[in-house]
Write a protein of this length. Sequence first.
Length: 84
Amino acid sequence: MFGGLAFLLDGHLLCGARSDGMLARLGKGNDGWALAIDGIELMVMGDRRMNGWVRAGPAAFGDDALRKRLLDAALAYVVSLPPK
């Protein structure tokens, strides 16, 4: 889907990793805090804006505390979804 490693939980995409950053699924309306941080942007595929998904570039991805915060938020969202 985005050219990297994908990690799923109960059949839902949780996050992804590439050499140039990471993708985290935070859920629609849950991504505002992350988008306010330098180095994090809304995921865009082609010309489609993926609300609820954020992409952390190298600087943000390289910050252990921020990466953990993104992964914790992604996990909190994805565990709220019904299993596939």
